[in-house]
Design a protein around this ligand. Structure first.
Ligand code: PXG
Length: 465
């Protein structure tokens, strides 16, 4: 497919009218946006005809790959049947109901926590706002209205609305607009490479990092803490994979103090880590599970919260009217696309494929990157991966932030037809779950080439130790 587009004209309109998310408007306007025109499988093309391998699945979401006819068909059929109706006033629509039942069937029961109910939104951010509303309502109904504090993590990401940005621990976001909002606080992330002590094992570090939660709870007063929220694997923070000991210990602590656990699986669910839901992988027993992105493979906006029985029972049996919801809660087209997307994932057994086949294959490929002179540590989990660029491999010394080594590497990736994200000095990927082994090899060759180019730049500029 060829698309002829006047790139300069579109760029001029773009800078005249479109304020992009997380963007320095003036800077981008001066440089011009790259205009993406079409996509197929794991590749995206820009308006200059350049083909790029999208190792980020768009923004962690295109799990089934681009241009899947089944999803487009489902949207078309639903738009011609019932393009919209609300779910507010004792009404429902078929896809929203069917999807809720489907999600409930896919979410594994863990211990006394089972997931039979879904609350819909249109994004991860909105879903986390819903979580705040639900958690507070739950404790009010139980006669403990003083339990207000929700604990998140530094460098966690939960979205960009006022509540979601507050739950997250991104200092750059908190610096703009008086965040976090009251009664949200944070503990340090479980990032072994950065925070592990000399001689400390990864397992011991995982327990120590989870212990920061208990310290925080005791500092606040256990009777004031409502919930803890975390991503099973931190995505936007740079693919921070916790030690195996971390989540079981967090679970022990939240159980000890009767605190709710929210697993934000906007990135981690729907096959990304080799399971339908990631809590199963990590020994977590969450009360609430945030989802979005992969539920529709990003083809159309949809998000929501899986509400575990402990919370659902109270809201249903004692709650009366819950004064919360969105125009698009249970949008029929979004839900129809989600059903088609889940059907593709089931038919192609994508979670299983990540678990048994391409996940382990990617892990072997990334393990080899640990030999690269610029790489301090390369790790994968399911089908996400991250590596840290270091100045000195032996001492793990990092590059000064202002050198922007990650952006240099990202520039080489862009130039060589690969989309790989930089988060500070970490390079990360989350490729579509439909990648073949040959495509993984192709991606790894590009990654290695771009690391080599970055290494040469670093040497040339005198950045290496
Ligand atoms: N929770 C998690 C774990 C996320 O990754 C959100 C919530 C918010 O979802 P919405 O749909 O409101 O954007 C996300 C989103 C990045 C990046 O730079 C990551 C996200 C969004 C934008 C940028 O990696 N994740």
């Amino acid at each position: 497919m060829t698309t002829i587009i006047d790139t300069a004209a579109i760029q001029a309109l773009d800078s005249a009218h479109f304020l992009h998310p997380f963007t320095d408007f003036k800077d981008m306007s001066a440089r011009g946006a790259r205009i993406m025109t079409h996509a197929e499988g794991i590749y995206v093309w820009d308006s200059e005809g350049k083909k790029v391998l999208d190792a980020m699945s768009g923004l962690w979401c295109v799990n089934v790959g681009y241009a899947r006819k089944e999803l487009a068909e489902a949207a078309y059929q639903q738009m011609m049947t019932l393009p919209y109706y609300n779910s507010f006033f004792q009404t429902a629509n078929v896809p929203a109901v069917q999807l809720a039942a489907k999600l409930a069937s896919l979410a594994p029961n863990v211990g006394d926590r089972s997931f039979e109910h879904v609350f819909y939104s249109s994004s991860g951010s909105e879903s986390n706002d819903t979580n705040v509303r639900m958690v507070r309502r739950y404790w009010d109904l139980l006669g403990q209205p003083q339990r207000k504090v929700i604990i998140g993590r530094i460098n966690g990401y939960h979205g960009s609305t006022m509540a979601a940005a507050s739950l997250g621990g991104m200092s750059g976001m908190h610096a703009q607009g008086d965040l976090p909002i009251p009664n949200i606080t944070h503990i340090e992330q479980p990032y072994f490479f950065e925070n592990g002590l000399p001689g400390e094992s990864v397992e011991a570090f995982g327990l120590r990092a989870a212990g920061w939660l208990e310290e925080k709870i005791l500092q606040i007063g256990a009777d004031k803490v409502a919930a803890f929220i975390g991503e099973p694997v931190q995505g936007a923070g740079g693919v921070i994979i916790p030690p195996a000991t971390y989540w079981p210990e967090i679970q022990r602590i939240v159980d000890k103090y009767g605190i709710l656990l929210i697993s934000d699986e906007v990135i981690c669910a729907f096959g990304r880590l080799g399971h339908w839901f990631a809590y199963e992988k990590f020994g977590m027993k969450p009360d609430l599970v945030t989802f979005a992105k992969g539920v529709t493979s990003g083809y159309i906006p949809l998000g929501g919260v899986m509400v575990g029985n402990r919370v659902a029972k109270v809201l249903i049996e004692q709650g009366g009217e819950f004064n919360h919801g969105y125009t698009y809660s249970g949008h029929p087209v979004a839900c129809a696309v989600a059903l088609a997307n889940l059907e593709v994932m089931e038919r192609e057994q994508l979670p299983q494929r990540v678990h048994d086949d391409i996940g382990p294959y990617l892990a072997r490929c990334f393990a080899a990157l640990n030999e690269h002179p610029l790489v301090g540590e390369a790790q994968t989990c399911g089908f996400v991966a991250g590596l840290v660029l270091v100045k000195d491999k032996r001492t793990k010394e990092r590059f000064a932030e202002e050198l922007g080594v990650g952006m240099v590497c990202r520039g080489h990736c862009f130039g060589n037809g690969l989309i790989m994200r930089a988060v500070g000095d970490r390079m990360i990927i989350a490729p579509p779950l439909v990648m073949t082994h040959a495509q993984i090899d192709e991606m790894m060759a590009l990654i290695t080439k771009c690391l080599d180019l970055t290494y040469h730049d670093a040497q040339k500029n005198g950045w290496m130790a």
